[in-house]
Design a protein around this ligand. Structure first.
Ligand code: GUN
Ligand code: FE
Length: 421
């Protein structure tokens, strides 16, 4: 069915440029975008029209890096640097997901919270447990979240007997997991945790699998100086961290690499050349004192940058808060080195379009794309000195939005959440 929406549309077709259609029109056919217009074309005048009044119609968010089994430790234990943090808090938390009933409880709440906060696309790490990973995929699918989930591979430097596989188990469980992935909107992605967690044999097997089955890959890169030093010791033949992935066929088009805080100019160039995507996780980088990523430099050099909450290194699941954390981190860099900070328009683009493109979507509300959108009501926010325009309202919402402001969430053309019934 074809229909027209009327409302205040703000979308981000390009990095530096918002497109604002105050009292504009979105034409849809069965959840697919036909077009966005300031003035409704003649041919659509007779279609049924939903008037959203003064509400905003925004793009939904894409969280391109988060750890589902770390949801129970959200907001805790951020007083240690990465490698100690993993050994002290993270691995024991993830170990509990051997219990699928526990997983069901945690993952249904996580999926709900994602949708309530307007995140409709994700690239997510599970734990090493195959069965709990299926539970996670099921719960995301049920809630209306779309995207990629990975069973984590880790066969060294974990917690032996608590959270660690052998290389053989890791490969055979990955194959078993792939066999059981029959979900409509949640697809598998290969997930070597990071180089310190994966033996050469495991990395090689995963690289082969990625090539044979045409699977995408997600991992971590150059997050922390101690981690980089360890990678250097494990792979003395590699000049830089990224080469440990390249060596095994894991460094390729659409490979997602979280962090890239300490990436050298050569590493950044290698990302650009291979089509590797940098996932900037600003809140996490500050919380566990990893550093502040040079996002401006990555963008200027033409690297594809997206945003991630990286819970539970990051302590904020709502992507509007992840966007403002990125802006704040970039301003810290500005104070330190004078580089240009991220603007609100850029932050919104990185948290929406840049991520949605990973899944094949176009720029902003693009014709032919399934609708990923939020209908937002900010009428209970304090009255400002003068009437706010849609861009000012977007800025305030990015900093101040609460779940109750999000009246409807549309994911892959379906309304998956409404507060108006
Ligand atoms: N590197 C390897 N594993 C992890 C993780 O769980 N979180 C973060 N932030 N970095 C990692
Ligand atoms: Fe991470």
């Amino acid at each position: 069915m074809k229909e027209v929406w009327k409302g205040n549309i703000v979308h981000a077709p390009r990095l530096k440029e918002l497109e604002v259609l105050e009292g504009g029109y979105l034409v849809l056919e069965d959840g697919i975008i036909c077009g966005v217009y300031q003035n409704l074309p003649e041919e659509y005048r007779d279609l049924p029209c939903r008037d959203h009044g003064n509400r905003l119609i925004l793009q939904s968010f894409a969280d391109m890096h988060l750890h589902a089994p770390q949801y129970p430790m959200l907001g805790m234990g951020m007083d240690l640097p990465l490698l100690d943090w993993l050994q002290t808090y993270t691995f024991v938390t993830e170990a509990r997901f051997a219990d699928t009933e526990y997983a069901r409880n945690v993952y249904s709440a996580l999926a709900r919270e994602l949708i309530d906060n307007g995140t409709t696309r994700v690239c997510m790490f599970s734990s090493l447990h195959t069965d709990a990973t299926w539970v996670l995929m099921e719960e995301l699918e049920k809630a209306g979240v779309t995207g990629y989930v990975g069973k984590v591979n880790m066969d060294r430097n974990g917690l032996p007997g608590v959270l660690q596989e052998t290389a053989e188990e890791s490969v055979s469980e990955t194959l078993r997991w792939l066999e059981g992935c029959h979900f409509q909107h949640i697809k598998p992605i290969l997930t070597p945790r990071f180089t310190p967690s994966c033996s050469d044999a495991l990395m090689a097997a995963l690289g082969d699998l990625a090539r044979e089955r045409g699977l995408y890959v997600q991992s971590h890169l150059s997050e922390n100086t101690g981690e980089i030093q360890l990678v250097g010791q494990l792979h003395p033949d590699c000049r830089e961290y990224w080469e440990t992935y390249e060596k095994y066929g894991l460094w390729k088009d659409h490979t997602l690499m979280a962090h890239c805080v300490h990436s050298s100019p050569r590493e950044r160039q290698a990302m650009k050349d291979a089509g590797v995507v940098a996932v900037h996780c600003a809140d996490s980088n500050v919380n566990i004192c990893s550093g502040i990523c040079q996002v401006r430099q990555l963008l200027d050099e033409g690297v594809w940058v997206v945003l991630g909450s990286d819970i539970a290194g990051g302590a904020q699941l709502p992507m509007n808060q992840v966007i403002t954390a990125s802006i704040r981190a970039s301003k810290t860099r500005r104070i330190m080195d004078g580089s240009d900070f991220l603007t609100v328009a850029e932050g919104y683009y990185l948290g929406t379009t840049a991520g949605h493109r990973y899944f094949g979507a176009g720029a902003g509300f693009a014709p032919g794309d399934a609708l990923h959108a939020l209908v937002v009501d900010d009428s209970d926010m304090p009255q400002a000195a003068a009437e706010l325009n849609p861009v000012q309202r977007l800025e305030r919402l990015l900093y101040r939005m609460q779940p109750h402001h999000i009246r409807e969430v549309w994911s892959q053309g379906r309304c998956v959440h409404s507060r108006d019934e």
